[in-house]
Structures are given as structure tokens and as C-alpha cells.
Design a protein around this ligand. Sequence first.
Ligand code: ATP
Ligand code: MG
Length: 363
Amino acid sequence: MKTYLVGGAVRDKLLNYPYHERDWVVVGAHPKDLIEQNYQQVGKDFPVFLHPTTKEEYALARTERKSGAGYHGFICDFSPDITLEEDLSRRDLTINAMAESDKGDIIDPYGGTKDLHNRVLRHVSPAFSEDPLRILRVARFAARYAHLGFVVADETQELMREMSDNGELSTIAAERIWVELTKALNEKSPATFFTTLLDCGALRALFPLWPAALNTQVLTSLNHAADLNLDIDIRFAITCSELNTKQCQTLCKQLRASNSATWLAERCAANIPLPSLNTAEDWLTLLENFDYVRRPQLLTAFITAATQLTPEEERLNKLQNAATALQEIQAANLISQGFKGPALGQALRAERLKKLTELACYK
Ligand code: ATP
Ligand code: MG
């Protein structure tokens, strides 16, 4: 039995890029060999084990064969005579299909080192098309390494276009797309994730509403949000800001977006550019829309997102200042005066309106 480091750690080591996890492949072993050595089996469909002390993932070398439509239509063979090269051949990109032996030798049967050197994301074999999730992975790696000059190989681009055109993407579960999307939004150049998917037709195939909403300004703002290390919900909301409310709701539902991401995205779609705000009541209504009393951090997130997208610094500052001023109004004072129930709500609102009206700039 022999063990090799594989996947992202080999790629990122050669690239001198920081990596956070190590994956291993084991050649020439039965599941029982690892179980005897106290590895803990975790894989359901194929044998993946956790190392007894490091808890890193060790997978038995395997081959995969497509057996039907959809993501789960694979037959795996993990007998001990599967070679390292066979295991590497089922991987998505050449730069992900290298291994390192315990002596530090690089095993690179598909030209990954050369593609790393030339900054090319290239598929390993035509079997790439058997799993459409790989299109999203390629777009994600493009987003991670864009600043290093990586581009998608022409033939991979062509294959991704064919796959997008023939409807394969509809077999990916929404949950998996959301996982890939959130990882991609976290990358250094998230805009490249979207441009890669736009270029091959995958984004239109997956989410017909989205492409028209991703104009140059939105994509520039998205990368800027990544430079500023803004959080995922803000980055996602930026990509939705050119949709109308209904389109945004449809997209979030289709993506099974998290509640917090959906909440912010819908408000950005509805309120960027800012609506006309002519009276104290207009300002208060907008603040209420953001549930600013109970969740002031969400208003701040909206303002941060909007700042990336509209040259409205003055009105956004005013919105934040209004919220801050209104935090001073305490329900406790009104309760001690005997207000309760709906009357308390009305009295609170009246106090708030009065306060904003007194601050001349909100009239
Ligand atoms: P990251 O730095 O994001 O962890 P990674 O390359 O290590 O990148 P993983 O998702 O951890 O990616 O997968 C480990 C390896 O398994 C990949 O490098 C690739 O060789 C292979 N792999 C993972 N998912 C797929 C897939 N859908 N199709 C083909 N190969 C895959
Ligand atoms: Mg990894």
C-alpha cells in the first residue's frame, strides 16, 4: 500500500500559493487495511477515510464510470489494482491531477505542471463532461487565480459550451450550486466566476434572469467588495442589485439562497438606486423596511452594498445618521406614560417622525 498527496495541496505547493487542507490517495489497499489501522470510514458512495490522528482525508484510488443521467449516475471501482494514474485521470483539471510521493516526487501524467507554468485551466479528458458541476469548479478556480494570469483553455471553454448547450446543467442539485457559488463569491476575483460562466453559456442555462443583471459596473463593484473583504451576503446582494424585486425573489428561491443572503439581496434589488426621499415619512418608511431597530447591522450591510454601487454617499450617510438619531427614542419612556399594544406602536412612530422632522435635513 502506498500513499500520495493529491489535488489542491500539490497544485498550490507548486504554485507557491497558501493551502488549507491536504487530500491523500491510497493505492493498493482494501478498505479493511485502513480500518485495521484505525482510519475512520466516512465515504458513503466510495471509500474515504479519516486519518486516526491528523483527521485528513484518505481516499482509496478509484475509477468512475458514468452509468446514467444526473450527478449520481456513477459506478465506482476501488479495487486495490487501480493505479495512481487511473485515479488521477478521473479528476477535473490537469492542475488538479498531480500527486506527490512521500519522497517528494511529483507524478504528473496529464501535463499539470506545464499548465500551471503557462497559467492554463485545462480539462484532463473528455470524461470531464460526465459531471456538469465541474463547469462551476473551473469558473471558481478561474476566480481564485485570475490575478495570477490563469485562463480557461480554448478546448475546455468549448467543451463547457457544449455541456451548457445540451442541458446537462439542469441535473445539478440547487444545494450544490449554492455551495459552489458561496465559495466562488469568497474568491479573490469573484467577477471572473460570473464572466467564465457567461462566456460558455452556463449562467444563462442555469439562471436565465441573471446575465442581463451583471453589467460591467456590477462586476467591478463585486471585485471591489472582495478587495475590501466584505462579507458573502453583501457580495451576493451586489450581483442581484440590477434585478427587480420579483426577479430577485425567483433567483434566490431557485438558488435556495440562505435567509440572510435573500433578505439583503431583495432589499438591494428594491432600493438601489435609492428611491426618492422627500419627506421625513419617506425616510422613516425606508428605515422600517430594514427593520433598523431590531437589526441595525442589516441596515449597515445595505448601506455598505449600496456604497459600492451608487454614487449616493450623501443620502446613504443621511440614512445611517437617521437610524442613529432614532435609536435614542426609547419605548420605555412611552410605556411609563401608560402606552401599550398598538397605541404604543403608533406613539413610537409619531415620536420618530417628530424627531426626523426636527432634524431639518429630513423634511
Ligand atoms: P480547494 O483548494 O478548493 O480545496 P481542491 O482542488 O483541493 O481545491 P477539492 O474540492 O478539495 O478541490 O477536491 C480535491 C481534488 O479532488 C481536486 O483537486 C480534484 O482532483 C478532485 N475533484 C474534486 N471534485 C471533483 C469533481 N467534481 N470532478 C473531478 N475531480 C474532482
Ligand atoms: Mg481541497
